[in-house]
Design a protein around this ligand. Sequence first.
Ligand SMILES: *Cc1c(COP(=O)(O)O)cnc(C)c1O
Length: 414
Amino acid sequence: MSLLFSDRESPLFPIPLHVGRPNIGSREAIHRHIDEILDRRWLSNEGPVVLELERRLADYVGVKHCLTVCNATIGLEIAYRVTELSGEVIVPSNTFAATVHALHWQGIKPVFCDIDPMTHNLDVGSVEACITDKTTGIVGVHLWGRPCPVHDLQRLADRLGLKLIFDAAHAFGCSLGGQMIGGFGDAEVFSFHATKFMNCGEGGAIATNDDDLAALIRQTRSFGFQGCDRIVRVGTNGKMNEFSAAVGLSSMDSIDEFIQVNSSNYRGYREALADIPGVEVLAYDEQERNNFQYIVVDVDEQQSPLTRDQWLQVLHADNVLARRYFYPGMHRAEPYQSLDPFAAKRLPVTDAVLRRILVLPTGTAVGSQEIELIGKIFQQATVHASMLKRQLPSTLVLPTAPLVPVSPGYRKAA
Ligand SMILES: *Cc1c(COP(=O)(O)O)cnc(C)c1O
């Protein structure tokens, strides 16, 4: 029930507006590909559609190899394994669970380090402060598609002999210094999950310029097979199937349109929220290529009429299902909280940022009319702020999870 529009029985949006509703390419193209796949009876195992998608991706990103996988989580596990990460790896805490879980799943200890308050990405000084003699690598996340300090991280990694991997799940189609994300570090991992900018339903890709690494990735995503009967290493099943690749190809056909819609939504939001005090839509560097897939609102509670969590409640009441990505941070998620209960001490900026962020719906399912109405919600809430502040709790605290026994996994190794 709307908190603002009391003349209304129902929320302003009768149908919920989700963050990350899929961008869908040409239906006809998908149908045509699927007919061809069925005629060919070739459904998986490096089929022609997967190979075509890999060529298209590598061309687009300007990288030598862009190897598809069934999802980015498996892609990260494979990337961690083929670069021989072990012991401890430095990683941010304000990321999706998969970045961190994939480390733990490989028996590696994630060591959370702090971020830059402006970019929300790894802070190189904090990375360096977290390095021990057990550290083997750094995993950066190009959060919201905005690049990590790639060159500084590479210099640090080179100096200390560390591997450098990027979780580029948000950053397909984005650039740094005019060079597309995908070609940095030892490898970069894209996600093509349904909610991402370019999607395959489920899917991902590992990008690298290293031929040997690419060969290892190919083997590892296919059980460790070399050729037909010969198994030469431990592998998993990380292959993308032909149907997902068909959805991916149609997404690639429509990629310019997705960017156009997202960038016009971004401009629409910047305008619609320009006059709300303490509320700012995070900017993208317009000198670079961006996919504009994340409308990230930063709430400064000193200036804003409502707290971040009150904005969340107001928006949800009208069916705008904004999200607090990635609150409360992976250092507060199990098993990491139990394994490193004092991690928050080193993460003051991470904690502060996690308390300020709201992500709003965009993508091709959202247009200027919706954004105008969302702007109205913000304006009306600003007018009625004192009433709302009396009505709504200022913070929505997550119920504390019971302490569950955690698997000893990497504890033994450490
Ligand atoms: C979505 C996401 C992933 C996981 O991608 P999947 O393809 O769903 O496995 C990893 N890291 C980040 C930052 C993500 O947003």
